[in-house]
Design a protein around this ligand. Structure first.
Ligand code: PGA
Length: 269
């Protein structure tokens, strides 16, 4: 299930050619990090130089407790800060929750919704994910909407139908392209070191692109950035970002260290 060096070096020469949308690399720190770890963000900011900034967007999503600190630390670096979740409502009796408006208030410009770990741990359904994406839109944030099939679903030949259902049921009908990013993350590839073949990634991303055009209209649908996520590493990033309709990458573990994250983003130079 891995690339195993199948793709020739020529893809590395012109990775951005595979996408007409401005590339985006998102880092998801999950429940990792500390105040001290924000030093990695500072290092990322130093490495995100003018040349790279002119080519790609970079977003880092630390844990909720560190979003405000990260937003302050990121000022002037060109890196945008996002959260990993939000509540669908603006405010109210929802102990422990945080609204999209609150995130915007502390300097976040993006929020992940529908990550598979939230779908699993908190039983979030497509309708919940859609409500959170609507909240992001309402608050002026960019929603990074995650979806992807489980191992059992892929093995049963249901990967494409699952992804299509998640997309149809979780993308708000009037979502503008600049506020929507789709993160295709096969659940079996997250944190496992397993990566789908380029052919499989291409197949799913093409399908997502087609469905986005049907859902949002041809123009908006073609402008939504579609990221691949799941065991992205410096060693496989170039091959992944060369795949058609891969507008960028969603990086978990490898986003914790500035060196790895910058290496991955640096393939867009
Ligand atoms: P991973 O996580 O890169 O550590 O596999 C990706 C994600 O869950 O967003």
């Amino acid at each position: 299930m891995s690339f195993s060096g199948r793709f020739p070096l020529l893809l590395k020469k012109e990775p951005a050619m595979s996408s007409k949308n401005r590339p985006l690399v998102v880092g998801n720190w999950k429940m990792n990090g500390s105040r001290a770890a924000l030093g990695e963000l500072v290092a990322m900011g130093k490495g995100f130089d003018g040349a790279l900034r002119s080519k790609i967007d970079l977003v880092l999503c630390p844990p909720m407790t560190h979003v405000a600190l990260a937003a302050q630390a990121a000022v002037g670096t060109g890196i945008s800060i996002g959260a990993q979740n939000c509540h669908a409502k603006v405010s109210g009796a929802h102990t422990g929750d945080v609204s999209a408006e609150m995130l915007a208030d502390i300097g976040a410009t993006a929020v992940m919704v529908g990550h598979s770990e939230r779908r699993t741990d908190y039983k979030e359904k497509d309708a919940d994910v859609r409500a959170k994406a609507e909240a992001a839109q309402r608050a002026g944030l960019m929603a990074v909407l995650c979806l992807g099939e489980t191992k059992a679903e892929r093995e049963a030949g249901k990967a494409l139908s699952v992804v299509r259902r998640q997309l149809k049921d979780s993308v708000p009908a009037n979502m503008p392209a600049h506020q929507l990013v789709i993160g295709y993350e096969p659940v079996w590839a997250i944190g496992t070191g397993l990566v789908p073949t380029a052919k499989d990634v291409e197949e799913v991303h093409a399908l997502i692109r087609g469905d986005l055009k049907r859902l949002l209209g041809k123009e908006e649908g073609s402008k939504v950035r579609i990221l691949y996520g799941g065991s992205v590493k410096p060693s496989n990033a170039a091959e992944l970002l060369a795949v058609d309709n891969v507008d960028g990458l969603l990086v978990g573990g490898a986003s914790l260290k500035a060196e790895d994250f910058l290496t991955i983003a640096g393939f867009y130079r």
